[in-house]
Ligand binder design. Structure first.
Ligand code: KG4
Ligand code: ZN
Length: 334
């Protein structure tokens, strides 16, 4: 069974093809990063218009890369939410058109669930119970998956998402967009202990708060500027990143321990962060937990994760109707 997955929730026009739930046949991402870079963030109208231009060529490329035609595809999966409404609408409309024209089932995918299920393309079908830290540009949460496809939220950010914090600090210190990979790179040469930035809510439950950290970084840089001190930006990036990573690793492992769950999934765009991956790997190993984390191209937004998640829906017989609506606020947990 071949499932073609369409992803347009934010600024990547992406199409992937997955065979029999587990095998990646193609994964094509047409990034709009250059279009949004001059604005320092995603401009929703620009994203929607670019998705329109890039959609069909990206579908074609994914088919070519997989060496198949549309007549070989068995179902069309598409991200129905969460995301930017205009951007989602382009993907969902295109998927409906493909499903209707080729008489194929349509599968409405939750973007956050797809981030988690991307793991199956490299590590086999997920076996519940497991605990997932889902960290992206618009989302930060700790969830438990007790059964296939059913998520229970244990904690979430009360203000900024992790990726949003990376992007904002990157912009403040003059790095490009998206900022996460830039901070990751700059932090490589920095000292994570150079600045003692706050670890907000580290001792309290499983929720996160990142706006205080962001303010603390900005305040420190302004103080140094006023004092005529030149900040070492690599140290700033490394110390800021460490403050985020510390709290995320601590809370994820605490939640896994309290729930008695020994499989941890790290998912979403921020899961591409090298320091987060390394620290989570080390801590999970020390605690006897199994860590599952997708390779970097499967962490950031992509169509293959949508195809994988759609394949699971198809296996469960959960198809969408042609009036499938987009839901910009679609939640992961019920
Ligand atoms: O999942 P994703 O591709 O899109 C959303 O669903 O939001 O996540 C994008 C976010 C951006 O904020 C980006 O800066 C961040 O993930 N990101 C990273 C890294 N790569 C991407 N953050 C930190 N380190 C990275 N290496
Ligand atoms: Zn995402």
């Amino acid at each position: 069974m071949l499932v073609l997955g369409v992803e347009t929730s934010c600024d990547e026009t992406a199409v992937g093809i997955v065979e029999d739930r587990l095998t990646l046949r193609s994964n094509v991402v047409a990034s709009q990063a250059e279009l949004h870079a001059p604005f320092g963030g995603v401009v929703p109208e620009v994203a929607a218009r670019a998705h329109l231009d890039l959609m069909l060529p990206t579908v074609d490329q994914a088919l070519v890369q997989a060496g198949v035609g549309l007549s070989d595809v068995d179902a069309i999966a598409v991200t129905a939410g969460p995301g930017l409404v205009g951007a989602l609408l382009v993907g969902v409309s295109a998927a409906k058109g493909l499903a209707l024209a080729h008489d194929l089932p349509l599968l409405g995918v939750n973007h956050l669930r797809a981030h988690v299920e991307a793991v199956q393309l490299e590590h086999g079908l997920l076996e519940p119970p497991l605990l997932a830290l889902v960290v992206s540009g618009g989302h930060t949460s700790i969830v438990a998956m007790d059964e296939h496809g059913t998520f229970r939220q244990l904690g979430a950010t009360i203000d900024d998402a992790a990726g949003e914090a990376f992007d904002k600090i990157a912009r403040f210190i003059g790095l490009g967009y998206p900022g996460g990979p830039e901070i990751d790179r700059l932090a490589q040469g920095g000292n994570p202990k150079a600045f003692a930035f706050p670890r907000a809510m580290a001792a309290e439950g499983y929720d996160f708060s990142l706006s205080g950290l962001k303010t603390a970084v900005i305040r420190e840089l302004r103080r140094m500027e006023a004092a005529g001190e030149e900040p070492d930006l690599a140290d700033v990036a490394a110390s800021f990143q460490e403050a985020i990573v510390d709290v995320q690793v601590l809370k994820t492992l605490k939640a896994a321990g309290a729930e008695g769950i020994d499989t941890v999934v790290l998912a979403g765009g921020v899961a591409a962060n090298r320091r987060l991956r390394a620290r989570m790997e080390a801590e999970c190993e020390a605690n006897g937990q199994r860590l599952l984390v997708p390779s970097i191209p499967l962490c950031t937004d992509n169509g293959a994760m949508v195809a994988a998640s759609g394949s699971n829906l198809l296996a469960d017989g959960i198809t969408a109707r042609l009036d499938l609506a987009v839901d910009p606020n679609l939640a992961l947990a019920e």
